[in-house]
Ligand binder design. Structure first.
Ligand code: NAD
Length: 498
C-alpha cells in the first residue's frame, strides 16, 4: 500500500505523527493509499524550514520570482493530464472536470506572473517642503493554507502562487481525503526552480490544523472549507495574532424568470447542479422558479437530469462521478428520503444507483426535488451532492428576499431577458458573486473570489488584488534630504506640512 508523505524543505518527509489515514478511490470504494497525518512536531519542522527559506526568498528579485512562476505555469500545462488523473482517482470527479480546475488554478499563477506590475508602490513628490513620500508592500513571512477536498488543486492554487510571488514561504495542509495533488505541485515548483523550503506540504487533519493555528512562527492562515471550521479557524488564528482569510460553505440559488429562455436556463442549471456531483462551493443547489416559469422549467430539468451520464471519473463520456466518501453518499441519499417525507415531490430519484463493475463505488444519481419550501431540510441543510431543489415563488422580489434570508451568500444567478430585472437583482442580492445568465459565476483570477455572510468569515476574499493585500504589509516612507548645513528650526508641536 502506497504511503503519501509530507513534503518539507524540498523532499518527501516521514516525520512524526499519528497513524496514517486511508485514502479511497471513490469509484471503486476501495482503499488505495495511506496518508501521513502531521502533528505539532511535523508542523514545527515545516515552519523551521519555511522560516529559514524566507530569509533568502524574501530578498529574491521580482525578476527571479516571476521567472519561477512562468516556469511553474508551463509545468502545470505539461502535467495537466497527470494531475487531472490523480485528482479524479482520489476525489471521484471526471478527469476533464479536474483539468478544468487545474486551468482555473493556473490562471492565478498567470496573475502572479504579473507581480512586477501589481506590487508597484506609489510616490508623492514634495508633500511638504523638501519632503517626499513613497510606499511599498513587503511579505509577511511564513504563511499557511488549509484547503478542502472538493478542489485539491484549484483552491490551494488560489493561495500559494500569490503568497510565494509576493515573497512569503508557504505551508499547505491539504484535505486528507485527496492529498496527492499537493505533492505533485510541490515537485513541479521544485522543477520550476523554487528554492527548497519555500513551498511545503504537511498532510493531516484537525491535529495538524490546530498546530498551524497555534504556531507563533506562522503569520497568516488562508482557509477554505465548511462554515463551522471556517469560524473556528478564524477565531483561533486571530486569537494568536495571525491574519486570516476564511471562506466557508454555500447554498447557491439560481432564479429563473418567466421571460428567460427555459431550455438555456435548464441546461446551464443542470450542469451547475450535477457537475462534480454537486460538490462545488459554487454548485447550484436551489432553482427558484418565478411565476409561470415553474412548470416549463421543471419539465426540461427532469429531462436533463435523466440524461446525465454517471460513471467512474476516468471513463470516457462520464459527466458525473461518485461522491467523495461513503458517508457523503449516505448523507445525500438520506436527504432525498427525508425530503419526500416532508412533502417535496421527488421528480428524479438518484438513490440506489449501481454502476456495472463499480458496485462498491460511492455513486448516487442526480436527484430533482420540486415544491421544496424553505422550512424543509432539503432547503435548510447543505447537502453538497447532486440534489437540485426547486422552490416556487411569485415575483423576483420574493426570490431576492428568499436568497437574502439564507445564511449563505457565496454565489447566485439570474436567468432573464430583462436588463432592468438583472440590474435590480445584482444590486439588491446579498451575495458576493452573481451571474446574469451564467450559473457558476467564478471570477477570473485578476478579480477576487469570495462570498458574503456565512460564506466568508472575516473580511478578506481570496486571490486577485485582495490576495496581494492579504499576503503583504504596506510600508510608507517619508524622506527628506537636507541641503548641506541647512539651518534647522524645529518646534515641539506635532509636525504638520507646510
Ligand atoms: P472541511 O471544513 O471539512 O475541511 C476543510 C479543511 O479543514 C480540511 O483541510 C480539513 O482537514 C480541515 N478540518 C476539518 N475538520 C477540522 C477541524 N475540526 N478542525 C480543524 N481543521 C479541520 O471541508 P471539506 O468537506 O473538505 O470541503 C467542503 C466544504 O468546503 C464545503 O462546505 C464547501 O462549500 C466548502 N468550500 C467553500 C469554498 C468557497 O470558496 N467558499 C470553496 C471550496 C469549498
Amino acid at each position: 500500500m502506497k504511503t503519501i508523505q509530507h513534503w518539507i524543505n524540498g523532499s518527501p518527509t516521514g516525520a512524526t505523527g499519528p497513524e496514517p489515514a486511508p485514502v479511497f478511490n471513490p469509484a471503486t470504494g476501495t482503499e488505495q493509499a495511506r496518508v501521513l497525518l502531521g502533528d505539532a512536531s511535523t508542523v514545527d519542522i515545516a515552519v523551521t524550514a519555511a522560516a529559514r527559506a524566507f530569509e533568502a526568498w524574501s530578498e529574491s528579485s521580482l525578476t527571479q520570482r516571476t521567472q519561477v512562476m512562468f516556469t511553474f505555469r508551463q509545468l502545470l500545462v505539461d502535467h495537466e493530464e497527470e494531475l487531472g488523473r490523480i485528482i479524479s482517482a482520489e476525489h471521484g470527479k471526471t478527469v476533464d472536470d479536474a483539468r478544468g480546475e487545474i486551468v482555473r488554478g493556473r490562471e492565478v499563477v498567470e496573475y502572479a506572473c504579473g507581480l512586477g506590475d501589481v506590487l508597484k508602490g506609489s510616490f508623492s513628490d514634495q508633500v511638504s517642503r523638501g519632503i517626499d513620500l513613497h510606499n511599498f508592500r513587503q511579505p509577511l513571512g511564513v504563511v499557511a493554507g488549509v484547503t478542502p477536498f472538493n478542489f485539491p488543486a484549484m483552491v490551494p492554487l488560489w493561495m500559494h502562487p500569490i503568497a510565494i510571488a509576493t515573497g512569503n514561504t508557504f505551508i499547505l495542509k491539504p484535505s486528507e481525503r485527496d492529498p496527492s495533488a499537493a505533492n505533485l505541485v510541490a515537485d513541479l515548483y521544485q522543477k520550476a526552480g523554487l528554492p527548497d523550503g519555500v513551498f511545503n506540504v504537511v498532510h493531516g487533519g484537525k491535529t495538524a490544523v490546530d498546530a498551524i493555528l497555534a504556531h507563533p512562527g506562522i503569520e497568516a492562515v488562508s482557509f477554505v472549507g465548511s462554515t463551522p471550521i471556517a469560524k473556528y479557524v478564524h477565531e483561533q488564528a486571530t486569537a494568536t495574532g495571525k491574519r486570516v482569510q476564511a471562506l466557508g460553505g454555500a447554498k447557491n440559488h439560481a432564479v429563473v424568470l418567466p421571460d428567460a429562455d427555459l431550455k438555456f436556463a435548464a441546461t446551464h442549471i443542470t450542469a451547475g447542479a450535477y457537475g462534480s456531483a454537486g460538490e462545488r462551493c459554487m454548485a447550484v443547489s436551489v432553482a427558484v422558479a418565478v411565476g409561470e416559469a415553474a412548470d416549463g422549467l421543471v419539465q426540461v430539468l427532469e429531462r436533463k437530469a435523466r440524461e446525465v451520464k454517471v460513471g467512474p471519473g476516468d471513463a470516457p463520456g462520464t459527466e458525473m462521478g461518485p461522491l467523495v466518501t461513503k458517508a457523503a453518499q449516505e448523507r445525500v441519499e438520506n436527504a432525498v428520503a427525508v425530503a419526500r417525507t416532508q412533502g417535496a415531490t421527488v421528480i428524479v430519484d438518484g438513490r440506489g444507483l449501481k454502476i456495472d463493475g463499480h458496485e462498491n463505488g460511492f455513486f448516487t444519481g442526480p436527484s430533482l426535488l420540486d415544491h421544496v419550501t424553505t422550512e424543509m431540510d432539503a432547503y435548510q441543510e447543505k447537502l453538497f451532492g447532486p440534489v437540485l431543489a426547486i422552490v416556487r415563488v411569485d415575483t423576483l422580489d420574493q426570490a431576492i428576499d428568499l436568497i437574502n434570508a439564507n445564511p449563505y451568500g457565496n454565489g447566485t444567478a439570474l436567468f432573464t431577458a430583462s436588463g432592468e430585472a438583472a440590474r435590480r437583482f445584482q444590486r439588491n442580492v446579498k451575495v458576493g458573486m452573481t451571474g446574469i445568465n451564467v450559473p457558476v459565476p467564478v471570477p477570473m483570477s485578476y478579480y477576487s473570489f469570495g462570498g458574503w455572510k456565512d460564506s466568508l468569515i472575516g473580511d478578506s476574499p481570496i486571490h486577485g488584488p485582495e490576495g496581494i493585500r492579504f499576503y503583504t504589509r504596506p510600508k510608507v516612507v517619508t524622506t527628506r534630504w537636507p541641503q548641506p548645513k541647512q539651518q534647522v528650526t524645529v518646534g515641539f508641536t506635532f509636525p504638520t506640512s507646510s
